[in-house]
Every structure is written in C-alpha cells, then in structure tokens.
Design a protein. Structure first.
Length: 212
C-alpha cells in the first residue's frame, strides 16, 4: 500500500513538472524606438534597474538579480539628452549611463511573477559602429539569437521587449559583435496579468531575427 502511494506521489510530481515546463515560454515581442528615455508610466511598474556608475534600483517584484559582474560607465550623468533614462526619484533628471563589457555578458532575473514582461533599454551614446546580439531565455542554454542591435537605430536608443511565462529565472545574454564593447542602460519589469503595457505593437514574432 505504501508503495502504491509512493508511485502515485511520484506520478503527480512528474505531471506538475511536465506542466510547468510546457507552460514556460520566452517570446520576443519587438522593439520600441519612440519612448527614448521616458520610461516612467510605460515600463518598470514592477521593477526597475538603471545601470550607472552608481546604479539606481527599485526592485519591487524582482526578488533576485545577478549582473554577471559587468562594468559600469557614465557618459553624461545627469544629462539633458532625451535618450537619457529618467531618474527613479521623480526629479525629472536623466542619466546617460550603461553597463558594458566585451565579449559577452549574462544577466539573470528572478521574480515572484509568472506572466511578465522584460524590457531592456540600449543606446550607443558615443559611436556609430556598435553591434551586439541580445537573447532572452529560460533554462541552461539560449535559443538562436533573436535580436541583433546595430546602428544607426542603436545610436538613438531603443527598448527590446520579451514576454515571459513560467517560474524559471529569465536570463539575458548579450554578445559583442562590433565596436568597442556591448552596452545596456536599463532593465524594466512589468506584470502582464495586472495591466496592459505600452510599446507592444512594434513586432510580434517567436524567436524571429530583427531586421538589421
């Protein structure tokens, strides 16, 4: 009798595990080139990390974050340039800053949300030759790269957006392809269950490569 209960318990656990794996998904939604540094009210309702020489954070539903030990840089902080991300404190100031490295970097985000959006803001502040690959995924290995960020669009600043379901950590891999190094300025988290999020009408494709 004990063995039967044990077998039933194992079977139930396998069913739960299988369901969670099927339900887990990372979908690349596309790019937003309109918002520039004006993320407030559009992104980050459930968590914000602005990368700078001294990071600015409002983690909210981000329960754990690993930046992979990458470097920080301030191009202009504060700045009047509209590409600069608005400060978290509501002061209206902006920061032209980034996290950077070469050849690649890996960011890991854990959250208590199970259906959410991750937006990564990238801008090539001081050149016109950077190229980098960005891939969002769950699990141990990324799928084929789904975004190639390349100037001239990169120089003006843009958000790249992923939708994520399931309880696994979201990982963002950035690979240097050209120029001095790769750069990223901010990560924004939004709960898709609680509210509609702007900036999702640019592109809808599953693991599709963005136009270069």
């Amino acid at each position: 009798m004990k063995h039967q209960w044990l077998l039933l318990l194992v079977a139930a656990m396998l069913v739960v595990l299988a369901y969670s794996l099927v339900d887990a998904e990372v979908e690349y939604i596309g790019e937003d080139t309109d918002a520039k540094g004006d993320w407030v009210g559009k992104y980050g309702e459930n968590g914000v990390i602005l990368f700078a020489a001294s990071d600015m954070e409002d983690l909210k539903d981000i329960t754990a974050f690993d930046d992979g030990g990458n470097n920080r840089w301030d191009w202009e902080n504060p700045t009047a340039d509209v590409r600069g991300l608005l400060y978290i404190d509501g002061s209206g100031q902006r920061t032209g800053s980034c996290v950077y490295n070469n050849p690649d970097g890996l960011f890991t985000i854990e959250t208590n949300l199970s259906n959410y959006q991750v937006a990564a803001h990238v801008v090539d502040w001081d050149s016109s030759d950077r190229i980098q690959t960005m891939t969002g995924f769950q699990g141990d290995a990324p799928a084929d790269p789904d975004v190639t960020v390349q100037n001239p669009e990169f120089n003006a600043g843009m958000y790249h957006i992923w939708h994520v379901t399931g309880g696994g950590a979201f990982k963002l891999k950035i690979t240097h392809e050209g120029g001095a190094n790769w750069v990223m300025s901010g990560i924004f988290l939004d709960d898709l269950e609680s509210a509609a999020v702007e900036g999702q009408d640019k592109l809808a494709t599953m693991w599709g490569r963005l136009k270069q």
